[in-house]
Design a protein around this ligand. Structure first.
Ligand SMILES: Cc1ncc(C[n+]2csc(CCOP(=O)(O)OP(=O)(O)O)c2C)c(N)n1
Ligand SMILES: [Mg+2]
Length: 599
């Protein structure tokens, strides 16, 4: 412990609820959960008079069990960086090459762990760079705290160098967003920010003038009203369940359905057992939104796999044939893949009341945590004796899988993306963390990767941004160093943030980056075709990613021959260093809609 912390007095025993409980997929092992429980905070520290705003801010983050903060330094946050330096035994600063990556990493870290992700950037350009990753977290209700600097407190509004109003910048995305006015204020407001990020969940943003960051507590005179106010570093996750009569009404409706379909998303990730029980009881197949892919393994008899634009044909067919839809924690955006209006009754369970009825006109909307609500609902559901709808789904899935397997076995040259996904799949550990970027390769990976019960995926689902694949993979490896971390990325997306290969090397993170190299922005090419437009602006000047990787100090591999792919991947995956495997894939392979996939 550093001298400044030894001086601190432990004043209060408090408990910190496990961060983001409701976000946690069940794939976390007992060991992971134990590790998280060990992270329960048991004490908060009372600042001493010489502590400045930055010290208090970082001590508070430590009290909230933030162990890692992703960011990039700058003179707008130097005092905060100094506070981090002094506490590096408790909180680690991971220095990135681009702040956008820092925000994606904070978001990815939170997605994989359920804990609070954290990022830091200097004022002006640094803060501006964060924004894409901030929106990624905001649009998926991922708990992230973002720290930025602002100019000197008496130069605000004077068009001073790098002056950006970072509160305005974050306004649209943040659930908590304020200026820390001094060390006293930091004592309350950091707690409020962390609690807001974890309970909403979403992005909390705190910004501090660079000179205020250095102001000691002894120099900060309390206002009359706030003299005794200090915060408390605790929170309880919001686990709501609907009222009993609402559950009765939902059960009555569901018990009346004959062809019942379930659509499940990210909000159901922690409710695998409950979803399986409902599916079994109601004879209802489960279509998984992309963000809910890890909810059920792809070989589960209850699932028709993905749904929507990158889903399966059986999901689409069953959705279009059901007479009862149960939506669980999903906001799946592709309206045309829901039942036709009027075709089906619907019950929706979502922790956010604003999401009820957003994509489909439901008959009953229940506001509540999916796991807790299903637990309360299950005893009210009657066993559905007719299982023919589920059986039909299973038959359709069997022939769909056969067709996909034909594609996955094709050893055509150039390499077909389904073959690449299948070859990667063979090397994935049972508890691998798979980060997917945005593009045609997202469709191939979502469709052909058969997820296992303990595996996790992270993808920019709602923002659908290019470039998070590598940052997510880095964050995953930092969160769980012993687990395999694989990024499936396009050549366009990787180019955007490939500087982070140097970050992986710096921290010796053995991430495996699989590049679908087709030398085009393929997804958009196909979208242009669909519109009947001529292709324009899609070509990428080819880059030798293997050499780029090597130049960064990572391992770089290239493969263009189907027969060589298994051994190239095996070598790259066996290494304990970061590795990029660029694979020349067929740019003509269409990320087809479910009903257009041809084996
Ligand atoms: C930051 C950002 N810019 C642009 C887009 C629009 N877009 C979506 S997919 C895509 C192409 C991605 O190309 P690449 O990474 O090479 O993957 P591919 O489609 O070739 O598999 C583009 C331009 C986006 N989603 N995000
Ligand atoms: Mg591409």
């Amino acid at each position: 412990m550093k001298s400044s912390t030894t001086r601190r007095k432990f004043v209060q025993e408090v408990s910190l609820a496990i961060a983001g409980t409701t976000l946690l997929p069940q794939v976390l092992s007992a060991k992971d959960k134990e590790q998280m429980e060990n992270n329960i905070n048991t004490s908060i520290m009372e600042p001493v008079p010489s502590d400045n705003t930055a010290d208090i801010l970082i001590d508070k983050l430590i009290a909230w069990k933030v162990e890692v903060i992703f960011g990039l330094i700058g003179d707008g946050v130097n005092p905060i960086i100094e506070a981090l330096r002094k506490r590096q035994d408790k909180i680690k600063l991971i220095t990135v090459r681009h702040e956008e990556a820092a925000a994606f990493m904070a978001c990815g870290y939170a997605k994989y762990t359920g804990k609070l992700g954290a990022c830091i950037a200097t004022t002006g350009p640094g803060a501006v760079h964060l924004m894409n990753g901030i929106y990624d977290a905001a649009m998926e209700n991922v708990p992230v705290i973002a720290i930025t600097g602002i100019t000197y407190h008496d130069l605000i509004g004077t068009q001073y160098t790098q002056e950006v109003d970072t509160v305005s910048l974050m306004k649209d995305a943040a659930v908590f967003n304020t200026v820390i006015t001094g060390p006293r204020h930091a004592q309350t407001v950091v707690d409020l920010a962390c609690r807001a990020a974890l309970t909403t969940p979403g992005v909390a943003h705190l910004t501090v003038s660079v000179d205020v960051q250095q102001k000691p507590l002894s120099d900060d005179k309390a206002s009359v009203k706030a003299s005794n106010l200090t915060g408390i570093s605790t929170y309880q996750p919001r686990i709501e369940t609907p009222a009993d009569q609402e559950l009765d009404a939902a059960a009555a409706l569901l018990n009346n359905g004959s062809k019942i379909m379930i659509l499940a998303g990210r909000g159901a990730l922690n409710a695998r057992a409950e979803v399986e029980k409902v599916a079994e009881l109601l004879g209802a197949p489960v279509a998984k939104a992309l963000l809910g892919k890890a909810l059920l393994p792809d070989d589960s008899p209850y699932t028709t796999g993905g749904t929507g634009r990158l889903g399966t044909l059986p999901s689409e067919q069953m959705m279009h044939e059901c007479d009862m839809l149960l939506i669980l924690g999903s906001n799946m955006p592709w309206i045309e893949y829901y039942p036709k209006p009027g075709q089906s009754k619907a019950v929706q369970i979502d922790r956010e009341p604003q999401r009820i009825g957003l994509r489909y006109p439901v008959d009953i909307g229940l506001t509540g945590d999916v796991k807790a609500t299903l637990t309360a609902l299950l005893p009210k559901l009657k066993k559905h004796n007719d299982q023919s709808f589920l059986k039909l789904a299973q038959q359709r899935m069997a022939s769909w899988q056969k067709m996909l397997e034909r594609m996955e076995q094709s050893r055509a040259t150039p390499i077909r993306p389904p073959y690449l996904v299948a070859q990667v799949q063979r090397l994935l550990a049972d508890d691998a963390m798979i980060s997917i970027d945005t593009g045609a390769h997202t469709v191939f990976t979502a469709r052909h990767l058969k997820i296992l019960p303990k595996q996790q995926i992270a993808v920019s689902g709602n923002l659908a941004s290019m470039a998070p694949g590598l940052p997510y993979a880095i964050a995953a490896k930092i969160a769980f160093p012993l687990r395999q971390s694989v990024a499936m990325v396009g050549d366009g997306g990787l180019t955007m943030l490939m500087g982070e290969l140097a970050t992986a090397v710096l921290y010796n993170l053995a991430v495996k980056v699989v590049v679908f190299k087709n030398n085009i922005l393929s997804m958009d090419g196909f979208e242009q075709d669909e519109l009947g437009n001529q292709r324009y602006g899609i070509n990428l000047q080819p880059i030798d990613f293997a050499k780029i990787a090597q130049a960064c100090g990572a391992e770089g591999y290239h493969c263009s021959k189907p027969d060589e792919l298994p051994s190239v991947l095996r070598t790259a995956f066996a290494s304990n260093r970061p590795a990029v495997i660029e694979v020349d894939v067929d740019p003509a392979e269409s990320p087809a809609k479910p009903d257009e996939v041809k084996g």
